[in-house]
Design a protein. Structure first.
Length: 189
């Protein structure tokens, strides 16, 4: 998600850098592209709308600092608003339990497995011992039984973080939600 968003924002920034003068028209064109990039990155439409409105208010009518180009000023405004939106402080994971359990949920193709692998690698570099279960039990369909076995395997093999990479769905369904609530109750510390 962040790679795609970053690439699209870089294109917007490239176009802004060449601006000799800031006008409502060229700012609106650029912000339309920023809005589309945010929406493509699954940012909630109200968050994207409010973000664009704040940037637009700051960019239009802004006294341009003489030492920088007008396009650079708009880029700085967008950057500052992104920092405000995403947070300026690093927030680490709050992990408790032995093992601590993380569950990756999302629709099919949304990047859960890739993100799970990257997260396991990051945690490993931090000195932790993650287990990313790709637990296949032929013929077993009981998600709680599979999760319980994964939890037992993690404990027996001194893994202090267990990452559950759930199967993606094409849509949200009520039976899945109920199974996940039962699974959450199973792995609570």
């Amino acid at each position: 998600m962040f790679d795609s968003l970053s690439g699209k924002l870089q294109n917007v920034f490239k176009n802004l850098r060449g601006l000799g003068k800031i006008s409502e028209s060229n700012v609106s064109d650029s912000l339309r592209e920023v809005r589309m990039a945010l929406l493509d990155a699954d940012v909630h439409f109200k968050v994207a709308r409010d973000f664009i409105e704040r940037v637009k208010q700051k960019a239009i009518g802004q006294q341009v600092i003489q030492s920088i180009q007008p396009g650079q000023q708009v880029i700085k405004i967008i950057h500052d608003e992104l920092v405000e939106l995403l947070g300026s402080q690093h927030a680490g994971l709050q992990l408790s339990g032995n093992p601590a359990c993380l569950m990756m949920l999302g629709l099919h193709g949304s990047g859960k497995t890739t993100s799970s692998g990257k997260l396991a690698r990051l945690l490993q570099r931090q000195g932790r011992a993650p287990l990313l279960p790709v637990f296949v039990k032929r013929g077993e369909t009981d998600i709680l039984k599979i999760a319980s076995q994964a939890l037992g395997f993690a404990r027996a093999n001194n893994r202090n973080i267990l990452i559950f990479d759930t199967a993606g769905r094409l849509h949200i369904d009520e039976p899945l939600v109920q199974e996940l609530v039962r699974l959450r109750d199973l792995v609570k510390p």
